[in-house]
Ligand binder design. Structure first.
Ligand SMILES: Cc1ncc(C[n+]2csc(CCOP(=O)(O)OP(=O)(O)O)c2C)c(N)n1
Ligand SMILES: [Mg+2]
Length: 788
């Protein structure tokens, strides 16, 4: 079991600790506010655009983050910070001396600290990028599962295990992906995860409804989480114990969110007026309220649990006492202590120069000393702040990325050969994975597969049979034990290498994101392979983008694809997924036709996971069985497959036409080509293995004169060069025709682009291809129109 001992360091008294944290919290509030102010009001603005930043969202979180980063967190913990609290995170690192003033001054500027925490661009340690709300929350649970893999294998010592913490806004709890993850977390017995909600009851547009007040507790507790609700701060709780206090508490409990927020904005006098009116029959409560002046009353009413260090430290100690996942609902006030606190429009509110000046004076920061890390603190408070900093476990965090040794990926000749029999790319993929599973190498032990309930139908079954499913506790396959015949043997064990997910595709991509960050998070590379039906990539698209954005490395095998899965019908036929693949940075889209191409591409995809400058790969595969080409996989052919295209039939002389096809359309392209060749012996047949690689290479080469790579010729320019300048091109793909129609621009050739543009229906291949004009006669018609 991971070390879950409470974090209190005995060197500082509780009182000194709290005073020091309070001083540091004040610095976070100031530095975050000032960083945003500087970007908007001081730094020269060249384009008139509002720079932005979220002072209110930061002020909501400073107490929480002070308690965590200056006392509770240990370097082995991994944290996802609410996107718009990024200035607070950078201020934390600034106080530790690991972030520069220059970076703070360039907040939201080119090369400066990013608007939202970014693993790849920020210069401080960021464990998980955030930005698209909800995803940074869920990914922490999946990362805890990846930690469990390493713990279960004995590759990570229990004392090195950390906690996976998300600091989220309450509006994030509206994102459905959180509940999808919750279900998966329960099924997989995930642990050591804390989701800490900045419960300010405001979203972007408005104050949120109180209707969900106690529902979150129910939902999370049902899923096995402990829920800690920190509604009131210690001073409030003390007030409730005084005569009349219970009635005050009831009034607060009954107060709708919008009224509470409005009174918070209006301040002490407004609180007094309203309380006096509503509680006129409670003399004792009115007496209690009269003991506070307006300012103190205003403070009392807003010093909720999430702004109270005593409450927070107690809660974090309690949370640390067990590995059960925790939902910590910390009530807060959005924009606390800022002039727009509680105002429903404060999400993007910025203090005016006058208002920030007032805050500066209130916090005792001298003009000109705004960037002083500990400016404005009295000598005594400064000493306490320094003492807390000196004993905070997080101070040991390294800024630089570690670089564990690389894993050797098999060479092409070491990659299993799926053979030459009639086969589909999906089958070839399954065979290679199955054969890899026979091996006991370090590389193979690092492959972890995952699938949202389509393991069997995407052909991962063989791999799973051999390597088993991951679970912290072992269990046999009941069907096997009872000798009931089944080709699938699903035994679970701590050494298992497959993570079976429920159908929710969002979870697939978040799982791939977490597995794909294993090297950065745990110094241990994992080669994640996820399978999905191609059309349902769309379901998890934002999570896919999220995984790529933070440079998680993985392989996605999407199959079946296109209208080629004809009898499955229109709801399962993917049309635009090639464009998704081409448009997604960090992901290389491949669409092989033959088994040997799958072999070359899959090896490259594994290698790209490991390579420093590599990335993730998306293999768009098919269930269509094709006769394989009888050929040897020469080094040149392998290179061309990886370069994105090769001549299946080279054009001769100044050929006036060529057919360029991708993936499962190879037979139709070949059939049309054979007929075309009778009249035009010089025609060419171009096999395209990756429209994405070709396009990117072409783009890079075309901008090369301006990027210092002058004279570079792209692969596609080189490949198309044997064709006559005016030659026509018929392009063919079972997907959006624009995937390939750009080929005409490479050398200014005319193009007829064939592909799918309309939803399809059930049918067999001849009908389906005829309907979508993908058959040989459509290709010949297109060729004729080009030659006319
Ligand atoms: C998926 C997604 N949708 C919309 C947004 C735009 N957005 C940014 S913050 C936000 C509301 C945030 O409210 P909350 O999570 O409660 O944070 P607070 O600022 O109140 O702390 C929205 C809608 C986003 N970043 N991501
Ligand atoms: Mg909120």
């Amino acid at each position: 079991m991971p070390d879950t001992s409470p974090q209190i360091d005995t060197k500082l008294s509780r009182k000194d600790l709290i005073e020091g944290l309070d001083a540091l919290e004040q610095r976070l509030l100031w530095l975050a506010s000032w960083t945003i102010h500087n970007a908007n009001h001081i730094r020269p603005n060249r384009d008139g655009l509002k720079v932005g930043g979220h002072q209110a969202s930061c002020a909501s979180m400073t107490t929480l983050m002070a308690a965590l980063y200056f006392h509770v967190l240990r370097p082995k913990d991994r944290v996802a910070v609410k996107p718009h609290a990024s200035p607070v995170l950078h201020a934390v690192e600034y106080l530790y001396g690991r972030q520069t003033q220059d970076q703070l001054e360039r907040f939201r500027g080119y090369g400066g600290m990013q608007s939202y925490p970014s693993r790849t661009k920020d210069k401080i340690r960021v464990d998980f990028s955030t930005g698209s709300v909800g995803l940074g929350v869920a990914v922490t649970a999946f990362a805890s599962l990846v930690q469990d893999i390493w713990l279960a294998r004995g590759e990570m010592k229990p004392e090195n295990a950390g906690r996976f913490i998300s600091l989220l806004g309450d509006a994030e709890l509206d994102e459905g992906n959180i509940y999808e993850a919750l279900i998966e977390a329960y099924k997989h017995d995930m642990r050591n995860t804390w989701w800490i909600v900045d419960y300010n009851r405001q979203s972007l547009d408005a104050t949120t409804s109180e209707k969900m007040f106690d529902r979150f507790d129910d939902i999370f507790e049902t899923a096995g989480w402990d829920v800690l609700t920190l509604k009131y701060g210690a001073r409030q709780r003390a007030a409730f114990k005084k005569p009349g206090g219970a009635r005050l508490r009831k009034w607060i409990d009954d107060c709708p969110n919008d009224l509470y927020a409005a009174l918070t904005y209006e301040g002490g006098a407004a609180w007094r007026r309203r309380l006096t009116k509503d509680l006129k029959r409670s003399a004792k409560t009115l007496e209690l309220i009269d003991t506070y002046d307006d300012d103190t009353l205003g403070n009392l009413m807003t010093e909720l649990g999430g702004h109270c260090l005593v409450t927070l430290l107690d809660a974090f100690e309690q949370a640390a006492a067990s590995e059960t996942p925790k939902l910590i609902i910390a009530y807060t006030t959005k924009g606390r202590r800022l002039p727009f606190q509680g105002h429903k429009d404060n999400h993007s509110g910025l203090m005016t120069p006058t208002q920030i000046g007032e805050l500066r004076d209130r916090l005792g920061v001298a003009e000109g000393e705004e960037w002083g890390p500990l400016a404005g603190l009295s000598t005594a408070r400064e000493a306490k702040a320094k003492a807390v900093l000196a004993q905070a476990p997080w101070r040991e965090t390294a800024k630089e990325k570690r670089s564990p040794p690389s894993v050797t990926v098999p060479s092409l000749s070491e990659m299993p050969d799926p053979g030459r029999g009639k086969s589909s790319t999906q089958v070839a993929f399954g065979k290679i994975m199955n054969d890899l599973a026979r091996e006991e190498t370090d590389f193979v032990s690092r492959i972890v597969t995952t699938s949202p309930d389509v393991t069997v139908s995407t052909n991962l079954g063989g791999f799973v049979n051999r390597k088993g499913l991951f679970s912290r506790s072992a269990s046999e396959d009941v069907f096997k034990k009872r000798k009931i015949a089944s080709p699938q043997i699903w035994a679970h064990s701590p050494k298992g290498q497959h993570i079976e997910l429920g159908i929710a595709e969002n979870n697939l991509f978040l799982m791939l994101a977490a597995l794909g960050l294993s090297k950065d998070l745990f110094d241990q590379r994992i080669f994640p392979v996820g399978t999905v039906y191609d059309p349902f990539i769309a379901r998890g698209l934002d999570a896919l983008n999220y995984a790529c954005y933070q440079d998680a490395r993985f392989i996605l095998a999407a199959t079946p694809s296109g209208v080629t899965l004809a009898p499955e019908g229109g709801a399962h036929q993917s049309l635009n997924s090639p464009l998704i693949g081409m448009g997604q940075p960090g992901l290389t889209y491949w669409e092989p036709a033959y088994s040997d191409e799958v072999r070359v591409i899959l090896r490259e995809a594994f290698d790209a996971v490991e390579r420093e400058e590599g990335g993730s790969s998306y293999l768009r595969l098919s269930t269509r069985q094709l006769e394989q080409v009888d050929r040897d996989l020469s080094a040149d052919l392998a290179d061309d497959i990886l370069n994105g295209a090769y001549w299946a039939e080279a054009p001769s002389g100044d050929a006036p036409i060529a057919i360029a096809y991708c993936g499962a359309m190879a037979p139709e392209a070949r059939e049309a080509f054979d007929q075309l060749k009778e009249d035009l012996p010089g025609a060419g047949l171009l096999a395209i293995t990756s429209p994405d690689v070709l396009h990117r290479d072409w783009m890079a080469a075309s901008r090369s004169p301006w990027t210092g790579e002058a004279g570079r010729t792209s692969h596609i320019e080189h490949v198309l060069s044997p064709l006559a300048p005016g030659a026509g091109l018929v392009t063919l793909i079972d997907g959006a025709p624009s995937t390939l129609s750009w080929l005409g621009s490479v050398r200014g050739q005319r193009v007829r682009a064939l592909g799918t543009e309309r939803f399809g229906q059930t049918g067999d291949l001849p009908d389906t291809y005829a309907e979508h004009r993908l058959d040989a006669s459509a290709i010949l018609d297109a060729a004729a129109s080009l030659l006319a």
